[in-house]
Write a protein that binds this ligand. Structure first.
Ligand code: FES
Length: 85
């Protein structure tokens, strides 16, 4: 997991089995820093209260109606580009 600030937006970036994903880095529970959490068996685990979100779908494990905002990722050489607009 990585956390980056881009144009005032906090981004959580993770590498799940070689695929890079990017999400809004603020947990929908109480704005915990998802990019400072852990990636466990395909889930992002928030460091504050351990809510777990599927990387594949961005959904909270026990309430799929709560989803993370996902951003498009483009890999250019060694650079990871995240489209936040
Ligand atoms: S702020 Fe993320 S689980 Fe509470």
């Amino acid at each position: 997991m990585l956390q980056r600030e881009v144009a005032g937006t906090t981004i959580a970036v993770c590498n799940e089995k070689g695929t890079i994903h990017a999400f809004l880095g603020m947990c929908p529970h109480r704005n915990g820093p998802l990019g400072q959490g852990n990636l466990v068996e395909g889930c992002i685990v928030c460091p504050w209260h351990a809510w777990e979100f599927s990387v594949e779908k961005g959904e909270l494990d026990y309430n799929p109606g709560i989803k993370l905002q996902r951003y498009k990722v483009v890999i250019q050489g060694e650079d990871v580009l995240v489209e936040i607009a």
